[in-house]
Ligand binder design. Structure first.
Ligand code: NAP
Length: 268
């Protein structure tokens, strides 16, 4: 029986066990998915010689960069120097990041016409999630603009990725031309300050996405829906980023369906 899991610190909040339990049942796979708490001071040693008991692992905060330093990276993982999915290939451990791809897949699943809207994708936020999403949107051929409370972080992404940084004061102007607006900040999360952005400049064909998934309908998405705009919640990204690990470890491309969504929503 294969044993896989998710490495992080702390790790008790992870929804990954619920996601994988659903797919194990759905596809009749006999395997275990475990929570693997690794404190930061032990992370280098853990990833430098991934213990033999793990056939593969997901990696979450705060270890995505540490993991990346010790594995053979591909795709987005190699471009960004982060890894959230590791798998064995003979004696090698390979890894990549599926966060950005998971985000794009969630857009395609929830609202395929997002691709038809002209205008740039405006990304709010400049943390790890923003970096992955900007990379994936560029890979899809989109023009990207980034805005962030701490302007220097948006400027750093803009320089590295070759996109445009927008000062917060000019966000309204950027939204006026946007085909897609994405919140990648923690604003709107349960227990965090809410988002206070005026969506009036957005055109009627723009899609609004939020990667916060607790609550499922954030204030941002409720405001966008109130304006009649298409919205995409953050649960899809969480579910689609997990498909890569299942495929690499068990050779099956798993489906993200309503039953899986309901099962994970029940854990929120
Ligand atoms: P991170 O690296 O810590 O970045 C946090 C971002 O949020 C930064 O841009 C930060 O701005 C901004 N921010 C935080 N508090 C703010 C406030 N009060 N006002 C304005 N901006 C604020 O975090 P991350 O890993 O990118 O994750 C960001 C969010 O995405 C979290 O809520 C996380 O749960 C969610 N997420 C969801 C998924 C999914 O699968 N759906 C995946 C990854 C992350 P500054 O630079 O100015 O501090």
């Amino acid at each position: 029986m294969k044993t896989v899991g998710v490495v992080g610190w702390p790790i008790g909040h992870s929804r990954s066990p619920a996601i994988f339990a659903h797919w194990f049942e759905r596809y009749g796979v006999s395997a275990r998915y475990e929570l693997i708490p690794v404190p930061p001071k032990e992370a280098d040693a853990f990833f430098a010689a991934l213990p033999a008991q793990w056939d593969g692992v997901n990696v979450t905060i705060p270890h995505k960069e540490t993991a990346a330093r010790h594995v053979v990276l591909e795709g987005a993982g190699a471009r960004l120097g982060v890894a959230n999915t590791l798998w064995r290939d003979g004696d090698l451990v390979r890894g990549t990041s599926s966060d950005g791809e998971g985000f794009v897949k969630s857009l395609d699943a929830a609202h395929p016409p997002w691709r038809d809207a002209a205008g740039p994708a405006v990304v709010l936020g400049a943390g790890g999630a923003a970096v992955a999403i900007v990379d994936a949107l560029i890979a899809e051929g989109r023009t990207v603009m980034v805005a962030n409370r701490t302007a220097a972080r948006a400027e750093a992404i803009a320089e590295t990725a070759g996109v445009t940084a927008v000062p917060m004061e000019a966000l309204g102007d950027a939204l006026a031309s946007a085909g897609l607006f994405v919140n990648t900040t923690a604003l709107g999360m349960a227990g965090r300050p809410s988002m206070n952005i005026d969506l009036a400049p957005l055109s009627a064909t723009a899609t609004v996405a939020d990667i916060v998934y607790n609550p499922l309908e954030t204030q941002l998405l409720a405001a966008a829906r109130g304006r009649g705009l298409a919205t995409v919640d953050g649960l899809g990204m969480l579910l689609y980023q997990a498909t890569l690990g299942f495929e690499r470890w068990f050779g099956i491309a798993p489906e993200v369906d309503d039953e899986l969504r309901a099962r994970v929503v029940a854990t929120l």
